[in-house]
Each structure stands twice: as structure tokens, then as C-alpha cells.
Write a protein that binds this ligand. Sequence first.
Ligand SMILES: *Cc1c(COP(=O)(O)O)cnc(C)c1O
Length: 375
Amino acid sequence: MTDFLPFTRPSIDEETIADVANVLRSGWITSGPKVQALEAGLSEYFGGRPVRVVNSATGAMEIALHLMNIGPGDEVITTPMTWVATTNIIINAGATPVLVDVDPATRNIDLDLVEAAITPRTKAILPVDLAGLPVDRDRLYAIAKKHNLRVLEDAAQSQGATWGGKRVGSFGDLCSVSFHPNKNMTTTEGGALVMNNAEEARLFEKWRLQGVTRFPDGTMDCDLPGGKYNLTDVSAAVGLGQLKRLDAFNARRVELAKLYFEQIDPALGLTMPVWSDDSNWHMFQPLLPLARMSISRGEFINRMKDQGIGVGIHYPALHLFSLYRARGFKEGMYPHAERVGESTVSLPLFPAMQNEDVSRVCAALRNVLLPVLAA
Ligand SMILES: *Cc1c(COP(=O)(O)O)cnc(C)c1O
């Protein structure tokens, strides 16, 4: 019996583990030189723009809403097909998430629907690059410019993806990335915000740590109610080891995605993700042909597990969670997101996978699906 293949797994090398041990022995384990080095490395990665790190992308986006002055009475336009962090932060800021449906092919926010959702209260657009496939940045920023809106790019899944030959986050307005263990690079937990200028970065630093500014003479002041979001040097050491390997990780993901496209049996009736050279292939997510299947998605996942293959779900359409139903959202409002949410499955995809692992997954798909498909 071969080992169980999870849908994702981080790759941490021995050099990074040794560097974490060095930090732990150093006597300084919270935010310090490693955080500064990680921010400098990320700034270089994002074309020289200012970058600050925090202990989650959720936190980075919460602070981003402060930077954009978004609060009660404001609306933010976003997608129902994302991790619920994207919309929870809007509610927590006292603002209103305005959802528009996704494009059924890309599964990203349908930019054709965005302009109709703009009202005098709209402050920002919050696009998500699902599975690492970038939202059309040209159209996005044309809409934002025309209506004088801010943009917060939720690039939690798309670090290293490109648009028009440029890295996501190296241009545009605010852009957040995640270093959760499932993402394309990790700090165990963590996230970062790419910003426009030093002024925003200074304000970010205040929101990140209790609103405090320290002066050269040793005195301090607090002029806003900041939180506790700082990343530790222990985490930053992990991130420094990961950032060095990120391009290689992403290149390997692209190779594995190509193998899936070559090897998944078309007779299984899966709806494939759209191919894009711009994607960092954060996830590989076909849609199941549920109408033709005599078993549910849950049973499909159980049977894949019996075949030694881990399968994830990213994500149920979030407007059907009870918090959102209580706010008036219901079935039928976003039919494309609902269909994706019901039928999506995330197949194993992570840099340490071998080519043979893709073949194993494709064989398991045949074993599980062929017997349960109606003609
Ligand atoms: C992972 C993720 C987040 C949250 O990132 P954390 O670092 O876990 O807070 C937000 N949005 C999307 C689209 C994500 O995939």
C-alpha cells in the first residue's frame, strides 16, 4: 500500500528548520530582524513596493480596510466564491459586503456584473484570484478608476501569478497575500499587505501593533486603537526559507497542473478549470458531473480516501452560510457560484508531489467515477 496522498502539504527544508532553531536560541523570538528581512525580500518580490507582514492575511485585510477608511455605511463589492474571511472582514468593519456572481468559466468575480452593483455608498472592490487564476486587472482597474473606487486585491491564493507579464501585487492598489500552510508559501501562519507608499506603510505599522509610535528619544504615543497582528521572527524565518523557493514551487505546480490536463480521462465528464499561463496553480479544481453521478460529492470524497487520495472542498458558496442567510442572502441569488460550490473538488497539488502521484490520482478518479456514472 502506498502512502496516503493529501490534497496539499507544505515543503519545509532542513536549512529553514535550522534557521528556526537559531532564532529560538537567539534570545529574540518575537518581531525583529527576521521580520525586517522578510519584508525587504517581499518588497523586492513585489517590484519595490512597500510590504508589511502580519500574523494572517485576514489581519492584513482588516488593516487594509482601515487604511481605506471603510466603515459603517460603506459598501464593498466582492465574490461569493471565496474563503469566508474575505467577507467576514467587511462585516467586522461595520460595512456591507455586496456580492456579485462569478464567471462560470474562471469562477472569479464577473466583472460584467460589477458596475451594476455600484451605488453612491460603494467604497471599494475586493476581487479574489480563486485557485491562483488572476482576475482581469485591466478591466478591474478601468472600472475602479471610472467610479473612483479603491481596490483591495485578495491575492491569498495568487502569490507569483501574473497579469500582462507583471506579478500580481507588483502594480495596482492594495494587495494582500496569505502564508497559511496551504498557500504557495508559508510562515506557518501569516500574511502581508503590499501598499502604495511609505505613508500607508507607516499607518499600517500603527494598526498592526496597538496604534503605538515610538520616538528616537525613547518616548511613545498611541493615537489610534490598533490591534495585535505582528508576526514573530520564528515565523519570519520560515517565510525567508520559503520565499527563496517560491518561484521553483510555482513552476512545479504548473508542471503538475499540465499533467492533470493530459491525464484526466475525458470520459469522466469533469468540468476542468480554465488553463492559464498567468495562474500560479494554487489549487486544481474540476467540477464533478453530479447530475450524472449516482453518489454524492461526500461519498465521492470518501471513496477517493479509500483509494488513498485526499480531496478538499474550496469552497461552498459563502452566501449560503447561516451568518449570510441571516443578512438576507439565499439560494438562487448567485447561481454560478452555487453550482461551483456544490460540485467543486480540490485534487492533490503541491510542489513535493511526483509525476506518478498525478497518475495515481487519475487512476483513482477512474476507479471511483466510472462505476457510478449514468450514460
Ligand atoms: C487563505 C485565504 C484567506 C485568509 O488567509 P489567512 O492567512 O488564513 O488569514 C483569505 N482569502 C482567501 C481567498 C484565502 O484563500
